[in-house]
Ligand binder design. Structure first.
Ligand code: NAD
Length: 290
């Protein structure tokens, strides 16, 4: 089985490397070529164009940053669907909108190509350790066909229903990640301004009802280390919150803190923290203090 993986970023590189380790024949493609070099060093195949890969691969996987990238890679004139073939299976791990999932599914179906939306959670650590949560929307029989590939990448693998359903659950997850990130950032600043020792506060809150995986992740790996190199970039969380807002508005769902949270992440992104990890929201909240 030939597998192509498009988008070798923080998530895609470790995911595709795990497939190589599991002895699959994996072809990698990335916009910046340094990432392809890292993939080649891990035993992956590189040097093919997107149309070439779409012609030869049995399974095409993507893990791309923004909806516009996903739309171009799948539906562009040099893209996957234009060059793909009947019986092929497309799996998109990116976080986009359910509407875009449906659009790709519809175009793919015209050529007898199957599509699954398969957003992931667990961060780059989960991608490296092969312990991601994967939420998969699409036909159940197609899901079962590629299940062995999912097993290499994740530990909690769910078939969630029709195409788009994996994305809906992922966007709900991202909404909570945004809210928890904001809560953790503001909590940390309250403690700091009131003269409470950071590690002491973390230990107590981490053993109390304020505990969350996000609070633990942000504090332990970023705030306590005073380093904010992106595992998951703040600008990508802003993108996800924008997608949640749009889904809510299109479906008459009133999210009382949806708009303010999205606007805060937009401001943080625009004030030079966009490429940093999402935990850098704490730096932005700090800047808002007198
Ligand atoms: P990233 O920016 O680190 O990686 C994306 C990669 O795609 C980059 O290497 C970029 O060069 C490449 N790329 C962009 N456009 C391309 C194109 N047209 N052709 C080929 N390559 C292209 O992003 P990431 O953190 O790996 O996230 C990827 C997706 O996964 C996003 O949708 C994100 O929301 C989602 N996600 C990320 C995390 C995380 O913790 N990082 C967790 C879950 C889901």
């Amino acid at each position: 089985m030939k597998v192509a993986f498009i988008g070798l970023g923080n998530m895609g590189l470790p995911m595709s490397k795990n497939l190589v380790k599991a002895n699959y024949e994996v072809y990698g493609l990335n916009r910046s070529k340094g990432r392809e070099q890292l993939f080649a060093e891990a035993g992956g195949k590189t040097g093919y164009s997107l149309p070439e890969l779409a012609r030869i691969a049995d399974v095409m996987m993507t893990c791309l940053p923004f909806p516009a990238d996903v739309e171009e890679v799948f539906l562009g004139s040099d893209g996957i669907v234009a060059n793909g073939h009947a019986g092929q299976i497309l799996i998109d791990f990116s976080t986009v909108s359910p509407d875009l999932n449906h659009k790709i599914e519809k175009e793919a179906a015209k050529k007898g190509i199957e599509f699954l939306d398969a957003p992931v959670s667990g961060g780059n650590f989960g991608a490296e350790s092969g312990t991601l949560s994967i939420m998969v929307g699409g036909k159940k029989e197609v899901f079962h066909k590629v299940y062995p590939l999912f097993e290499v990448l994740g530990k909690q693998i769910y078939h969630t229903g029709p195409v788009g359903s994996g994305t809906i659950i992922k966007l709900i997850n991202q909404y909570m990640v945004g809210v928890h990130t904001q809560a953790a950032s503001e909590a940390f600043i309250i403690g700091e301004k009131m003269g409470i020792d950071g590690p002491l506060m973390f230990d107590i809150l981490n053993a109390s009802y304020a505990q969350s995986r996000i609070f633990e992740r942000h504090y332990t790996n970023f705030i306590a280390q005073n380093q904010f190199q992106a595992g998951f970039a703040l600008k990508l969380l802003f993108k996800d919150l924008t997608l949640v807002q749009k889904m809510a508005e299109d479906n008459d769902i009133n999210l009382p803190i949806g708009k303010p949270i999205t606007s805060l992440f937009q401001q943080a992104k625009e004030s030079s923290h966009g490429d940093k990890d999402m935990s850098a929201m704490v730096l932005y909240v700090k800047e808002l203090q007198k």
